[in-house]
Design a protein around this ligand. Structure first.
Ligand code: B12
Length: 490
């Protein structure tokens, strides 16, 4: 028996379907029993796991872990369980082990880790463990030898996603994960591709897949959506793919196939790719219920985009043009920006604020998500500049769990060599005024009165570009709290 644990992520957000664990669990269907425990759904993860281990006699515990709150939850749980159940084999996978495997594998409460998209190797791992065979040659595996030396086997190639089984949704309570959103009353999640063909050097995904991409065919992706609608009552679907909109023909065919289902949907895309989509494709996407596309605009400054290796042909004009195009087709652009970048974060913040104002002029419906730059271990100008400014990653996992680094992982920290509180406050004040002047449509709980009050009170500030000390908006936000995608995760 194998237990899977999804650590607590953002406590302020409704739980998100643990797709990573479903992908890995799918490898065991029919020959090995397993159970998924979601820390977001139980009062206490440690107690729930302890009870499950005793009840089922499970001998392997697998966790999926992102840097940030999930890591902070996972570490003490694994420490405690290793002491109580020393023979329990603890395996970690996901973004933290993929990016920071070397330091993680030094921790005695982790027996193995997997890096990258490694469900195939994971299936072999369990088979070998059950047969008492050596596992140390498996791709993507992190392990320690008898001398305690850490080994990280090379990551496996990104698998052909069409050769993998569907997510075993019956393993989780789908009703718990169906959430009301602006897309529909029962919004569910899917992930119809792995990887991303681009190599933006601020993005953790590059480290994981190195520019590789594998997408479900339009037919297969549409069949999954149909199942979510038919079997689980979905009225909307969020696609968590790093980049859903890579191939225009596939997107157009997918849109045609799902149109009769009458759902609302959302996904991640790129401004330059989607600007090239024909009007015909945009019409199909819009008719199929595509409500919003999350796009990494990152910056309005061409030189900064170059330094980020944004690739393709994205510059400020591309972002403005796609926002204008999407306005015509009634699809909302949700543009994220990485702001406060080295070497001159103040100038960078000022330029991006001005650019966001231009964007709002072109398409006032554009949703804006602002992140503070937190380096990821991907080679390129951004990392080099961060290092040159004195930035260093924590040297051990315990440090990663400190409040400072938890904020860093969530792109909220100003405790970085090139940043300071004054710039962070400037960005935060601008955000407060902007979000009050243009309250997000993604917040279904914010009523008409709240929206009007926020908008009226913020208008003069936005017009005068006076963002300092927005005390009145802070007070109003207490009365009418609204969703913060940059904190609650897109
Ligand atoms: C859904 C999601 C969330 C959900 C949480 C999901 C959950 N587990 O509960 C929510 C919305 C809460 C969330 C929050 C955040 N997220 Co998030 N999230 C995603 C997203 C969009 C999809 C993840 C997913 O489901 N993928 C589908 C599965 C099938 O793929 P996978 O996770 O890669 O899993 C595969 C492998 O990694 C491996 N694997 C994974 N786990 C395991 C476990 C075992 C045992 C094994 C063997 C293998 C294995 O096998 C799987 C199949 O191939 C990714 C981007 C992406 N598309 O991957 C960002 C992403 C992971 N998030 C990211 C970030 C930054 C955040 C936030 C910090 C955002 C914020 N500012 O608040 C928070 C932090 C939350 C936290 N640490 O607690 C970054 C991570 C960056 C980094 N440095 O690691 C990503 C990559 C987005 C990005 N491009 O920047 N997130």
């Amino acid at each position: 028996m194998i237990l899977f644990y999804n650590p607590v992520s953002s406590p302020s957000r409704k739980p998100v379907m643990p797709l990573a664990l479903l992908a890995v669990g799918a490898m065991l269907e029919g020959w090995e029993d397993y159970r998924i425990i979601d820390g977001n759904l139980v009062p206490q993860g440690l107690a729930a796991l302890r009870q499950a281990i005793v009840e089922t006699g499970a001998d392997i515990l697998c966790l999926t872990v992102m840097p940030g709150p999930q890591l902070t939850d996972a570490v003490p749980i694994c420490k405690a369980l290793k002491v109580e159940f020393p023979r329990l084999i603890i395996v970690w996978g996901g973004y933290f082990p993929t990016l920071h495997g070397q330091i993680l594998m030094r921790e005695p409460y982790v027996d193995y880790l997997f890096r990258g998209h490694c469900e195939l190797a994971f299936g072999d791992f369990v088979r070998k463990i059950r047969a008492g065979e050596d596992v140390t040659g498996l791709p993507g595996l992190g392990w320690r030898d008898t001398e305690g030396a850490v080994h990280l086997n090379p990551k496996p190639p990104v698998p052909d996603i069409n050769a993998l089984p569907d997510f075993p949704y019956h393993r989780v309570d789908m009703d718990v994960y169906a959430r009301p959103s602006f897309l529909g009353s029962r919004t569910m999640a899917h992930h119809a591709s792995y990887g991303c063909p681009f190599q933006c050097n601020f993005c953790a995904v590059v480290h994981k897949v190195n520019g590789r991409y594998s997408a479900q065919t339009a037919e297969r992706a549409a069949a999954v959506v149909e199942r979510l609608v038919r079997d689980h009552g979905a009225t909307a679907v969020e696609f968590y793919d790093n980049n859903f909109f890579v191939n225009e023909a596939r997107c157009a065919e997918f849109a045609e196939r799902i149109t009769p289902l009458g759902i609302g949907w959302w996904g991640f895309g790129r401004a330059d790719t989607m600007l090239k989509f024909s009007d015909d494709t945009w019409t199909k996407l819009s008719r199929s219920g595509l409500k919003m596309v999350f796009m990494g605009a990152e910056s309005g400054d061409a030189a900064m985009l170059e330094r980020m290796n944004k690739g393709g042909k994205q510059d400020g004009n591309t972002i403005l043009a796609v926002a204008e195009k999407m306005r015509r087709f009634g699809v909302v652009p949700e543009m994220s920006f990485i702001i406060g970048n080295p070497p001159d974060p103040e100038k960078d913040a000022e330029n991006t604020i001005q650019f966001i104002r231009m964007l709002k002029n072109v398409n006032p419906a554009t949703e804006i998500v602002i992140y503070i730059y937190s380096p990821v271990p991907v080679e390129g100008a951004m990392s080099q500049e961060a290092e040159a400014a004195g930035f260093e990653y924590p040297k051990d996992v315990t440090t990663w769990t400190e409040a400072k680094w938890e904020r860093f992982a969530q792109h909220l920290s100003s405790d970085l060599p090139w940043m300071n509180d004054r710039i962070r406050r400037k960005i935060a004040n601008f955000q407060r005024v902007l979000h009050a002047r243009y309250p997000t449509i993604t917040d279904t709980r914010l009523g008409g009165i709240g929206r009007v009050a926020l908008r009226v009170l913020a208008s003069w500030r936005y017009r005068a570009q006076f963002y300092d000390f927005p005390v009145e908006l802070r007070l109003l936000n207490k009365l009418f709290p609204h969703r913060r995608p940059e904190i609650q995760g897109f």
